[in-house]
Structures are given as C-alpha cells and as structure tokens.
Design a protein around this ligand. Structure first.
Ligand SMILES: Nc1ncnc2c1ncn2[C@@H]1O[C@H](COP(=O)(O)OP(=O)(O)OP(=O)(O)O)[C@@H](O)[C@H]1O
Ligand SMILES: [Mg+2]
Length: 326
C-alpha cells in the first residue's frame, strides 16, 4: 500500500484554485518531489497532507490515515520542515530539539539520546549549545531537518528545504537528505523549484497552476525531450528558426536570445545546422536534457531557476533603510 495516497484533491481559496483535482501515490521509502514555479500549489498540497488545511474536495491519506478524519494519527506519522523557518532563535540548538521531543511525547529517558542522535546526523553536535540566532542559514535548515526526524516519522515533508542557501550548503543538505530513506526507512516528500534538486527524486510530479502536468522518474521525464538539446545563437534567430523548420522539419523555440532545438541525434544535427546557417552561427552547444528542458517543453515557459536572495539579508537592508529615513 502506498504511504501517501491522494485522490482528486481540490483546494480553492475564494476564486483561486490553488490545487486543481490532483491524484498521486508515493511508495514507502521513496523520495518524491513536487516541482513547480511560484504559486503552483506546492505548499497548499503539503499543508493538506500535513493536516494544516482541509481540502475543498477529494481525499488524502498518509500512512493509511485520512488527513481530515484522522488528523492526529497523521500528525504522529509525519515530520515537517516548513518553507519559512520556525526555529526559536533565542534557544540553543539542543533546547529547540528537546522542546520538540517534549511536544511529541518522546519519553523522558529517551529524549536526550534522540536529540544527540539527530544532532550527529546533521553534523551539528559540536554546536548544540550555541543559540540558533548565531547559526548560518544552512545550519538552521539542517537543524530543522533534525527536528523533523526526532519523533521518527514515517514521512518527512520538506517544503523548499534549500531556499536561500548558497550552492555549497544546498549540495551538502541534499547529501544527507538523500541518505535518510536508507538510514531510517523514512519517506521523503519534498517541494522545490530548483530543477537540479528534483533530479535526486525517485519520482517527480511537475505541477503548474494547480495541475499535475507530468509525473514520472527524472530519467523518464527527460525522455519527453526525446534526446539531446542544442542551444544555437545566430545573427538572426527568427530567420534561422524558419530555415530549420523548412530544411529539417524541426520546431525550434527562441529563449533568452538562443534557439532551443530538441533532437534525437545531437552530434550529427550540429554539422548540418552549421552547413545550413553558415556564417550566421555565433555559438552552439549540445546538452543532455535537464528537467528545466522538460518543464519548458511541457509548459512553453522556463521555471524560475535562479538563486533567490537571502531573506535575512533583505530584512536587514529594510531595517537599515528605515533607520536612515526615520
Ligand atoms: N491562505 C491562502 N489564501 C488565499 N490564497 C492562497 C492561500 N494560500 C495560497 N494561496 C494561493 O494559492 C496558490 C498556490 O499557492 P502555494 O503557496 O501553494 O504555491 P507554491 O507552489 O508553494 O509557491 P512557492 O514556490 O512560491 O512557494 C497561489 O495563487 C496563492 O496565492
Ligand atoms: Mg510554497
């Protein structure tokens, strides 16, 4: 039996349909990813699965329990790392975890050992007595994952776990998140809008405007592209697009000043393109397809994929601005 079972789930907020009749299953021990742009409905779906929101219609079950009718059993089965940090910054790392263990009724004799175990797991044991406000963004995220695991949940929900982290911290965080199913048998349900992060998943649902538009393993999804991707820059991309269409019957699309061409045989296609377009070619590169290409192909638009600025930095800037102008 799947550990998460979602059937025809709908969530409306007034006239906004945040989740539009989605269905999917997640197998126990898997890493399942929800990939989609801002406002796609990722957090709304997680909130329903975590019993924080009720659905407008449809049904969701976690660990065999109904998210609406058996919410307390669902809550005992899950750990959550929210999109926005929820640590108490004025407590130490250890105090944050002990507090959570207490809330989740972990037996007193067991609490300290569990806290030590998860601190070691996320490599923060040596920093356990430091106040959380002294932690970096990556350390806070790791501590939140540790907290989500203390009561040994069957499913760990991670909503944009690496948001605002630098690439190095992101990759470290993923290294231990992906090891969790093997170590604990925990199932991971994660959301992200970073394409490269979604590649660690066993299965991915691509969500856009509240709809699941594709669902499969990363490898299978990439087959949607049907081979390689060629990025071609020419002196006149619109004209080159027409030439490619009439000579090779390939529909190229134009993105960020480049032609995007998907083809089965990238290596033989490139010489042909250069022969046809001659001097007009400014640059050409061949890539194996990424999930970004899949998203582009399915929706006709690129998913936001750039680094977001650190919200703490923005807040500090706003405070400094206010001080100067008050
Ligand atoms: N409490 C709410 N009241 C009204 N509208 C809401 C509420 N929560 C979410 N929405 C709307 O539902 C849609 C989906 O939002 P959601 O937070 O699920 O997106 P998301 O995929 O998590 O996006 P992001 O990548 O920005 O976190 C958005 O249009 C949002 O404005
Ligand atoms: Mg969200």
């Amino acid at each position: 039996m799947p550990i998460i079972k979602v059937e025809n789930l709908v969530k409306r907020f007034g006239s906004i349909t945040a989740v539009n009749n989605i269905s999917f299953n997640v197998e126990e021990g898997a890493i399942f990813g929800f990939l989609g742009p801002n406002g796609a409905g990722k957090t709304t779906t997680i909130s329903i699965l975590c019993t924080l929101l009720g659905p407008t219609s449809g049904n969701a079950r976690v660990n065999g329990y109904d998210c609406e009718k058996q919410s307390s059993s669902v809550r005992k089965s899950i750990g959550i790392v929210f999109q926005d940090t929820t640590l108490d910054k004025d407590l130490t790392a250890e105090e944050n975890l002990l507090f959570h263990a207490y809330l989740y009724n972990v037996e007193k004799a067991e609490r300290r050992k569990r806290v030590d175990d998860v601190l070691k797991l996320v490599d923060l044991f040596s920093r356990k007595d430091d106040l959380v406000k002294k932690f970096s963004g990556g350390m806070k995220r790791r501590l939140e994952v540790a907290r989500g695991l203390i009561h040994r949940p069957k499913v760990l929900f991670l909503d944009e776990p690496t948001l605002g982290l630098d690439p190095q911290s992101r990759s470290n965080l993923w290294e231990f998140i992906t090891a969790l199913p093997g170590k604990y048998g925990v199932t991971i349900f994660m959301t992200t809008h970073y394409m490269d992060e979604a590649e660690v998943c066993d299965n991915i649902a691509i969500i856009d405007n509240g709809n699941i538009i594709a669902m499969n393993s990363p490898e299978e999804l990439k087959k949607v592209i049907g081979g390689d991707v060629i990025y071609l820059k020419t002196r006149d991309n619109a004209k080159a697009k027409d030439v490619i269409k009439s000579a090779l019957d390939i529909d190229a699309s134009i993105r960020d000043g480049e032609l995007f061409i998907s083809t089965v045989k990238g290596d033989t296609c490139i010489p042909e393109l250069i022969r046809m377009l001659g001097d007009s070619v400014l640059s050409v590169r061949l890539q194996r397809p990424t999930l970004n290409d899949v998203f582009l192909k399915l929706t006709g638009k690129a998913i936001r994929d750039e680094e977001g600025p650190d919200t703490d930095t923005i807040k500090a800037e706003v405070r400094a601005y206010r001080r100067r102008h008050d």
